[in-house]
Design a protein. Structure first.
Length: 313
């Protein structure tokens, strides 16, 4: 098979042996695969794939058709449309995935959107609804809301009945984020003046830490899932204590199979029905063929876009 391949800090296309499904695994013919920030970090040698995943083929999420089943795999049949999060290897023509990490693709979702759905919506759902326990009527602040996880979090907050405030640096993207369901779309500078917020989804990193605490409501929750702008910052514990606040963090990629399977089942129960009804969507900024993978990565790194960059092997 052909696959995106990381070599010496560059991403190119190479031939690889076709993977074969083992016990409980599914061989997927990949039709679409999202490009994510973790892929950028892996290309720079800063985010290696977990053990058991391809180390040189990037890609955290994919969608496609079941090509073959390994021994004992029974959740899906050949030809089924499936999608899921993988530890790596998603950006190739074929990929092997444990059946418990896969989800069915709703009929209403085309492959380009399905290829960009699992990582961002699972991340946002796990962080905002399961860990931070956002409730209807609460105030949610989403940083970096024009990106993949940000657009997912905005839509999930709206669907739950929360009041959603989104920070977006690019003025040209703010109207589109508002159409996704944000009640307010603001410039990141001075965001703390728009609080207080019950839940803050931090996708930028340490520079926001102090202002996040300032913007927090009593018993508010900050959940950190992105640190692109920095991993180390100063935390005023006295201010956090005075608000009885919580700071938590989450990462999906390194979780063991049992925990990844649990997030997939939660998605099937609570999120995929919303896609089936047309209440949620995956904004796709641009699609690229596998041969243009380097351009796809450059487009992602340039920023300023709304939604997902998708490879179509």
């Amino acid at each position: 098979m052909r696959a995106a391949t990381i070599r010496d800090g560059e991403v190119l296309v190479e031939q690889h042996p076709d993977p074969e499904p083992g016990a409980g695994q599914v061989l997927v013919r990949v039709r679409a695969a999202g490009v994510n920030g973790a892929d950028m970090m892996q290309r720079r040698g800063r985010y290696p794939a977990p053990p058991g995943s391809p180390q040189d083929i990037p890609g955290l999420e994919l969608a496609g058709e079941v090509e073959a089943l390994g021994d004992g795999a029974m959740r899906f049949s050949e030809g089924d449309r499936v999608m899921g999060i993988v530890g790596g290897g998603g950006q190739g023509e074929l990929a092997v995935v444990h059946e418990r990490q896969l989800m069915p693709v709703p009929d209403a979702v085309p492959f380009p959107e399905a290829g960009g759905l699992p990582e961002v919506f699972t991340t946002a759902h796990d962080a905002v609804l399961r860990r931070a326990a956002l409730r209807p009527g609460e105030r949610l602040l989403v940083h970096g809301a024009a990106g993949g996880v940000g657009t997912a979090a905005v839509q999930l907050g709206r669907a739950l009945g929360a009041h959603v405030t989104a920070t977006v640096r690019n003025p040209d993207a703010r109207e589109a984020v508002a159409r996704l369901g944000a009640d307010e779309v603001i410039d990141p500078d001075g965001f703390e003046e728009h609080g207080p917020f019950d839940v803050i989804l931090e996708l930028v990193g340490a520079p926001n830490l102090g202002a996040n605490v300032k913007a927090l409501n009593m018993e508010g929750r900050i959940v950190v899932i992105g640190i692109a702008a920095g991993a180390k910052g100063e935390l005023n514990l006295a201010a956090l204590m005075s608000k009885r606040g919580h700071v938590m963090a989450s990462m999906l990629r390194a979780r063991p199979l049992e925990l990844k399977a649990a997030t997939a089942r939660a998605m099937e129960r609570e999120v995929l029905p919303l896609f089936a009804r047309g209440d949620l969507r995956v904004p796709v900024a641009q699609t690229f063929s596998l041969d243009d993978v380097a351009a796809a990565y450059d487009n992602f790194a340039a920023g300023g876009k709304l939604g997902k960059i998708i490879l179509e092997p």
